[in-house]
Design a protein around this ligand. Structure first.
Ligand code: NI
Length: 179
């Protein structure tokens, strides 16, 4: 088990549609997931998609428990989500700042559906089916976008709300985070 390197925007794997997982509960899958959680912890991320470590499979992991990068965010349970499908539960969207380990040092304001249902499978092939809102819904939409080769800057509608963390903090657009 080990943290792996996170690839950054511009790497072709991040722009590629990832492949479905066909086999569950295999040693390779368990090792990959352990590495994904180690990587997420090493980079202090809220979530990680397999393509971010250059593995083109439809797997995301996420967990938020009082992450200093997201001081106002509600917690999100530790989750392995494989072959996910997202359905918006309404047309409502909200705008909030996001970052991404593959776009280091930057933040952008991204519109996301406020309420979604997501389905998929855990590492043992057990079905997952949740209806969530707010920050949890945002994290899932961000991570699952990675599986379709989409990074959050592509979702930004007002590019004046995209920039380097230090500049945005200085401008008072995002709160300063102690780290
Ligand atoms: Ni990301």
């Amino acid at each position: 088990m080990a943290a792996r390197s996170v690839i950054r925007m511009g790497h072709p794997v991040l722009a590629t549609k990832a492949r479905e997982v066909k086999e569950f509960d295999t040693p390779d899958l368990h090792e990959l997931l352990a590495d994904m959680f180690d990587t997420m912890a090493a980079y202090d991320g809220a979530g990680l998609a397999a393509p971010q470590i250059a593995v083109d499979l439809r797997i995301v992991v996420f967990e938020v428990s009082q992450n200093p990068r997201y001081p106002d965010a509600e917690s999100v349970p530790r989750t392995v989500l494989i072959n996910p499908v997202i359905k918006p539960l309404s047309d409502a969207k909200d705008l909030a700042w996001e970052g991404c380990l593959s776009v280091p040092g930057m933040r952008g304001a991204v519109p996301r559906h406020t309420h979604i249902r997501y389905t998929g499978f855990d590492e043992f092939g057990q079905a997952i089916d949740r209806m969530v809102q707010g920050f949890h819904a945002r994290v899932v939409q961000h991570e699952c976008d990675h599986l379709d080769g989409i990074l959050y800057p592509q979702r930004i509608e007002d590019l004046s709300k995209f920039g380097f963390i230090e500049e945005l903090e200085e401008a008072g657009l995002i709160p300063k985070v102690e780290s």
